[in-house]
Design a protein around this ligand. Structure first.
Ligand SMILES: Nc1nc2c(ncn2[C@@H]2O[C@H](COP(=O)(O)OP(=O)(O)O)[C@@H](O)[C@H]2O)c(=O)[nH]1
Ligand SMILES: [Mg+2]
Length: 421
């Protein structure tokens, strides 16, 4: 791949709502673009009085961006604002690389992060409805790389009518498929078993420090060769919490400030993988003035996803940037929370201790007596728990197993009550 293939230009907007450039918003926008593995090669600012109906930006700015694109060989331009489809298409034509606004950028991130079938369908549906394929492929000869990354194939076609009909049809198909999935979702959830290796998801807003924390927790084990983990992508990594106790830590898709309403379904569907975790770490940036509101939104969203049986650890990050008084105050309010600096490595041991103590409540050792007439359940027991020992007697199979309590609950009938050691 050419070196410049991922070069991107950012356009920050100063308007009635954003009278000045706020460093945290700039940083957040950069972070979103970098999530897509683009390299930011130039940034420019535009003071918006009245957006141009057909191009949003004024002619002078467009000329400047064209020059920047030539100079830096940028392959894409991101504008931190919401534009109309017409404006985006005209700008893309004019500048000769795709011009993407904030909602479409977010949609590209969702597309990259969608893993379940439902999430993939939901994201494609949003892409078609928001006409992302047309912005990216119109006139512009996109390379295969970018095309497949946002889940689109092939170069733009000129036969607009055909295309329009195809898109309308595709939307219909997707909506129907999603409808079917929703019907079965409840049953599927019930059938789901937790893996026997603990999965811990880190959730929170973009910029909270999720990726930094993932690194801090998994530092010593960057290279895991075990086959079991070969299937994991870069967003999940194995970390040792304590000697002989490891977990897979998952860096989930970040919550995004002012999420465009048309993207809410797509966002939620990409979050569904959280349901597989044993524990959720809710990470909060205490230096963010809006952190309380954001906490509420995260908790509300998790609840809507149906995670009530998964314990949540509240973790406040960036204590290195906070003063002692506000820290004391927060500690007095959030008594169960853990306070860390992911970047400086402060409080990580405390967090690990907390995880270990939670595991003790989550994992149980039990004795199971399975009579032969129910032997068909044996496979399921084996896949739901670690088998510590097995004895086959005349009437039954006696197993000592260790596993996640919610996985074992369905074998309750066969579990023999025992005193815990
Ligand atoms: N001061 C400080 N900065 C941090 C800390 N943790 C993360 N950051 C910074 O916050 C920004 C966002 O971090 P990142 O891990 O990418 O956040 P994510 O979007 O939640 O994955 C980066 O610039 C990090 O260096 C911390 O404990 N203290
Ligand atoms: Mg991140």
């Amino acid at each position: 791949m050419e070196k410049t293939e991922r070069n991107a230009i950012l356009v920050h907007i100063i308007d009635k709502e954003n009278k000045e450039l706020r460093e945290e918003y700039l940083e957040e926008f950069r972070l979103l673009v970098e999530t897509l593995s683009y390299e930011i090669v130039a940034e420019t600012t535009y003071s918006l009085r009245e957006p141009r109906y057909s191009t949003f930006l004024g002619t002078g700015k467009i000329e400047e961006i064209k020059k920047l694109v030539e100079l830096t060989e940028a392959k894409i331009v991101f504008i931190d604002n919401t534009l109309t489809f017409l404006q985006l298409r005209n700008l893309s034509r004019e500048i000769r690389v795709p011009v993407i606004d904030r909602p479409h950028l977010i949609l590209m991130i969702f597309s990259m992060r969608a893993r379940t079938t439902e999430a993939k369908l939901q994201v494609e549906l949003s892409q078609l409805k928001m006409r992302l394929p047309e912005i990216v492929h119109e006139e512009v000869d996109m390379d295969q790389q970018t095309g497949s990354e946002i889940g689109l194939k092939g170069p733009g076609e000129r036969r607009t009518e055909l295309k329009r009909r195809y898109i309308a049809k595709r939307i219909q198909i997707l909506e129907k498929k999603l409808e079917e999935i929703k019907k079965h979702r409840f049953e599927m959830r019930k059938r789901r078993t937790k893996s026997n290796i603990p999965i811990i998801s880190i959730v929170g807003y973009t910029n909270a420090g999720k990726s930094t924390l993932l690194n801090a927790l998994t530092k010593s084990e960057a290279y895991v060769e075990d086959k079991l983990f070969a299937t994991l992508d870069s967003l999940s990594r194995l970390g040792e919490i304590k000697q002989n106790i490891s977990a897979i830590f998952v860096d989930t898709i970040g919550f995004i400030r002012d999420l465009p309403p048309q993207l809410i379904y797509a966002f939620r569907s990409t979050l569904e993988e959280i349901l597989d975790s044993w524990i959720i770490i809710h990470l909060i940036d205490i230096t963010d003035p809006l952190f309380r509101e954001k906490m509420e939104i995260v908790l509300k969203t998790l609840k809507e996803l149906g995670v009530e049986d998964i314990p949540i650890i509240t973790v406040f990050n960036k204590i290195d940037k906070s003063d002692i008084e506000s820290l004391d105050y927060l500690q007095s309010i959030y008594k169960d929370a853990i306070f860390i600096s992911a970047k400086e490595g402060l409080g990580i041991d405390k967090l690990k201790e907390k995880i270990v103590s939670m595991f003790k409540e989550l994992i149980v050792k039990v004795k199971i007596i399975l009579p032969y007439q129910d032997v068909h359940l044996l496979d399921e027991i084996y896949s739901s728990a670690n088998i510590l020992s097995r004895k086959d007697t005349e009437e039954s199979i006696i197993l000592y197993v260790e596993g996640y309590y919610s996985n074992l609950a369905k074998f309750k009938k066969y579990i023999v009550p025992q005193k815990t050691p």
